[in-house]
Unconditional design. Sequence first.
Length: 310
Amino acid sequence: MPLVTTKDMFEKSMKEHFAIGAFNVNNMEIIQGIVDAANEEKSPVILQASSSAIKYARIGYLRKMIEAALEEYDIPIALHLDHGPDFETCKMCIDNGFSLVMIDGSKYDFEENIALTKQVVDYAHSKGVVVEAELGKLAGIEDDVNVAASDVMYTDPDQAKEFVERTGCDSLAIAIGTSHGAYKFKGEAKLRFDILQKVKEKLPHTPIVLHGASTVIPELVEMCNQYGGNIPGAKGVPDEMLHEASISGVSKINVDTDLRLAMTAAIRKVFAESPEAFDPRKYMTPARDLIKQTVQHKMRDVFGSSNKIL
């Protein structure tokens, strides 16, 4: 099956009230773990790469590894640029076969964000590629995204409607209280579902996206720390909240930190229990397996995308 856009995926998700996981990829084992999970769960899936991941893995290598996944499995896979920082990066990904791109103009003021997003939309649509944009600012640090808590700005539903109408973007990432990285909440986790409801009322046909939505699975954090890690106080978005978001109008939920934790925990365990190990296959295989288990849990128990292949 060739790469697909998210158009049909999102139409089905909005109609049937489930979310599709968008999982960040950096190397072969992460890609394999994700698509193995998606195949077993019979779930559509979005593989996404940030500009930092592209710089690390190189765009040609990423594209060819994902082509291998397409040859292996007959499941709908979309390839997405996560947090495209500028028009040039989005254009590079579009020209290299990505089926959707995100332009992140959230750091600019409203009019500048609209102008930049519209520029990307015009080019992408001329190539048959769909566009995700962002309105509002999430806190946290992840790859090239670094926003202080004092700069957080929730999405305004009225602005969201105007933004989509003026830019023509295909989906919209909104800020309702999630944040990037492993330290999302200092106190009790809380999401502004009232904002989500108002955005959906004004944009009933626009797919809504949640960034910074890893659970920061406690068992994975504990496993990392048990085998020599130092990740104190890490806290993410509880599964129950993500499930509520998935049935309340969110079509795409981004996951990165949980995959990093899974890979790190599995590798640390091998090194701690077998300090003589130096064959990468001995520690990358359990890392891939734990990523697969983590993704299956998300699809089956949190997002509700299992058995939703079109």
